[in-house]
Design a protein. Sequence first.
Lengths: 219, 219
Amino acid sequence: MKRAKISNNVIRRLPRYLRKLNELAFHGVDHISSGELGKQMSLTPSQIRQDFSCFGEFGQQGYGYSVETLRSELSTILGMKRSYSVILIGIGNLGHALIKNFGFDRYGFRLLAGFDVDEAIIGTEFSGVPIHHANTLQNFLQENPVDIAVLAVPGNIANSVATMISDCGVKGIWNFTNIELAIEKPDVLVENIHFSDSLLVLSYFLSNSTAKLEDEPEF
Amino acid sequence: MKRAKISNNVIRRLPRYLRKLNELAFHGVDHISSGELGKQMSLTPSQIRQDFSCFGEFGQQGYGYSVETLRSELSTILGMKRSYSVILIGIGNLGHALIKNFGFDRYGFRLLAGFDVDEAIIGTEFSGVPIHHANTLQNFLQENPVDIAVLAVPGNIANSVATMISDCGVKGIWNFTNIELAIEKPDVLVENIHFSDSLLVLSYFLSNSTAKLEDEPEF
DNA sequence: TAGATTGTTAATCGATTAACAATC
DNA sequence: TAGATTGTTAATCGATTAACAATC
């Protein structure tokens, strides 16, 4: 029914709205206007109203938006109520960090299992999540519908693992390798966390802010 | 001298160009046209030429771009040749992962030290990086010029640490906490890696691609 | 009711794409 | 030289901002 295509920019702002709303709820705020929200998030009220209006009419004239309603709506929009099933492939330090500290359940995801080749951890559990041998992965996927696979493996095997799991029905890959995955299945979604890209952007801005100070005496 | 402001979109594409160029160099490609590069990266040739022309004239008519030249230019633009000094605050699993696997030096950064409160690791080294007690951090900053601090601490102390290090002259913060840092110093740059934002965007697209299939029988 | 604030349409601004003369 | 491809200017497209009638 909802026709108009929603832009990437809008979508990537949604989690940030949700974080802010959680913070507001935590502080006992129960409603907020687009004006005040804009002030707190450094966005224009127009943009906020435009963004929300892509998904429905969540506000009330003269009053603003109920924090609870908006949180709930955003959770739904972001798929947090679908309890997607997740597996974690590669249990190195990063994998450990994700199991122990990320808290998939906080966002409505079910972390079913982790996979690795390190015999020392296979058969154990971390935070209640069992670790299986990677050679049982294909079997696991055939018996358990997995929506999302978190890819935290060494770069050199990233593409072969990605291809295999895509063929086994995984619908989305959360990719922590610094490889640009080449998956032939067009319906498999990939979301990248490229650490190096992010750090280099910071480095660019650092280089350029100092450059600005140095290059522009302008007197 | 270079006047025109360079947009965020352009800047965030630069690391991706660099990764692709590294891959091309690895495979022995020594020059490439914007047309071919565009094909391989799913960008228009126009966009690629526009992007590069923000920073100079790196190509040659009739020939294209030298892979080596372009790599070198992008490295410079991204600040990789400034050997920025880096410290890592919070050596949990994520901190470990960054020290051991990220390879700051691969990008031209000098990782000086890590800081934590865990007595079990203080005084030890990981991959040649010494771990100090967090209560020596302020001192350290006064004696060593630190360009970038990687923030991998628990969310509840993120803001106080960020404020302290900003006051001690850190110029950029690479923030891995899911907190929106509130730093009063306007010249301190913050680059966020918000894991949850990224996963929720993937979840949005999953919810919506399936929704599309379900909601649009259209017969 | 009067004031506040929404949802939406119109106006502006910026980013991407197309076109083409310059040139290797 | 002829063909290829750049750097850049102009045209198009899309996203952000402003304005305002509708309404709580």
